[in-house]
Design a protein around this ligand. Structure first.
Ligand SMILES: Cc1ncc(COP(=O)(O)O)c(C=O)c1O
Length: 400
């Protein structure tokens, strides 16, 4: 590790478990000595570590950065709002303005409730579905944050084991598992909560269609978990991308270009359940994030944000394909354009991961911040992508 990073890391570990707050931001030894544990500054598509090393970033803060770091129109909206205050004793009018801006981009939504985290929004959706249907079981698929219901598969999870009786997990894209789960638990299922796309193989359409049909048949609610897909896969999220409409949805990461805000949202019929139950958090109406979200929504509506992301993502994915072909590398390009990646095909998963780790450790050393899924944002330009591909080419040749 470079000197300042190393010194700070040792100190941080003493007072902060993991030396970070976020599991995925923990240092990954497999990614080599140049993976920086800390970022002190970021702008556009670039980040700088404590030793002033510069990286072209494809992690986008694990998804939230959709326009680019320090995007001036968003930050300006935040600074303007700061002049009026951050949090009030009653709701700010900005809540309605932001809700309207979101609905303009995601027109199937009829009502919105603001939250602060992805996990909070997911839990709220399932609570609402239970309260609406009077049923207790849920079907889940994918990662939905750390809350009790969704952590049961983790080691030493600390959640009540009894929840296993009510939470049924299936693998993404497994149509047979959908059928079996509904046959077994359908009458008691309040909802199925599913990430519409899991960033690997895209089997979403058939899978979501089957879930929609089964939910209709059994009177369960379909919840799209759009924490990571929302405003990234398409402006209107997975509903726009796949043309399948859920009953409720959770959105979070890309909705405010990095500011902390999430929503649960959906059809009025289900959202109205809030008239007879309570889901509430103090900071949900925090205005700086609302201002950031409203600005982000407006930019997405008025500018070709998603066309650009698609174009840059395709350029990156196409470049990966060329490099792999040129070098006869044991790999293939994969992922939808907003988040492509290189999948090694050497052998076992463990072996493939080792190859990815070797590639990543060289990329970090050469000033690229890679990611398991390479997120592209609106500030990545052709030059950034081409510079990245040149480094990927050199790095790939070093590991072959
Ligand atoms: C798909 C998905 N759902 C839920 C979450 C949890 O979001 P948060 O960390 O904001 O609670 C994440 C975060 O990585 C996620 O990627």
């Amino acid at each position: 590790m470079t000197p300042k990073n190393s010194e700070h890391y040792k100190k941080a570990l003493k007072f902060i478990p993991w030396a970070t707050q976020t599991n995925a931001k923990r240092l990954q030894p497999g990614w080599g000595e140049f993976m920086p544990p800390f970022i002190k500054r970021a702008k556009g598509c670039r980040v700088w570590d404590l030793d002033d090393r510069e990286y072209i970033d494809y992690r986008c803060a694990l998804g939230p950065i959709i326009l680019g770091y320090q995007y001036s129109e968003v930050d300006k909206a935040v600074r303007e709002q700061m002049k009026n205050g951050v949090l009030f004793s009653m709701a700010s009018p900005l809540e309605l303005e932001t809700a309207e801006a979101i609905i303009q981009n995601v027109p199937w939504i009829e009502q919105i409730h603001f939250m602060k985290t992805g996990a909070g929004a997911c839990t709220a959706c399932t609570r609402l579905a239970r309260a609406y249907t009077g049923r207790q079981h849920i079907l889940t698929s994918g990662y939905h944050g750390y809350h009790d219901c969704f952590a049961l598969g983790w080691q030493n999870h600390g959640a009540p084991e009894i929840l296993r009786d009510y939470v049924h997990e299936i693998a993404y894209g497994d149509l047979a598992a959908v059928d079996t789960a509904f046959e077994k638990h359908g009458e008691g299922l309040a909802a199925a909560i599913v990430a519409p796309y899991e960033w690997n193989e895209d089997t979403g359409e058939a899978y979501l269609q089957r879930l929609r049909e089964k939910c209709n048949e059994y009177g369960s609610l379909l919840i799209f978990e759009e924490v990571l897909t929302g405003f990234r896969l398409a402006r209107g999220g997975a509903q726009e991308y796949y043309g399948i409409t859920p009953d409720l949805a959770a959105f979070a990461k890309a909705m405010a270009n990095g500011y902390p805000i999430s929503v649960f949202a959906g059809k009025r019929e289900y959202m109205r359940t809030l008239e007879k139950t309570i889901i509430t958090i103090t900071y949900a109406g925090e205005t700086l994030s609302l201002a950031a979200s409203k600005a982000t929504m407006t930019i997405m509506r008025n500018e070709p944000v998603h066309d650009h992301i698609l174009e840059m993502g395709n350029r990156l994915r196409g470049g990966f394909a060329e490099i792999i072909k040129e070098m006869s590398a044991p790999a293939h390009e994969a992922g939808l354009p907003p988040a492509p990646y290189i999948q090694f095909d050497v052998g076992s998963e463990e072996e493939n991961t080792k190859w990815q780790n070797r590639l990543f450790s060289i990329l970090f050393a050469k000033g690229i911040f890679p990611s398991e899924r390479w997120f592209v944002n609106y500030s990545h330009r052709v030059d950034d992508i081409d510079q990245t591909l040149e480094v990927v080419r050199q790095s790939m040749s070093e590991i072959l």
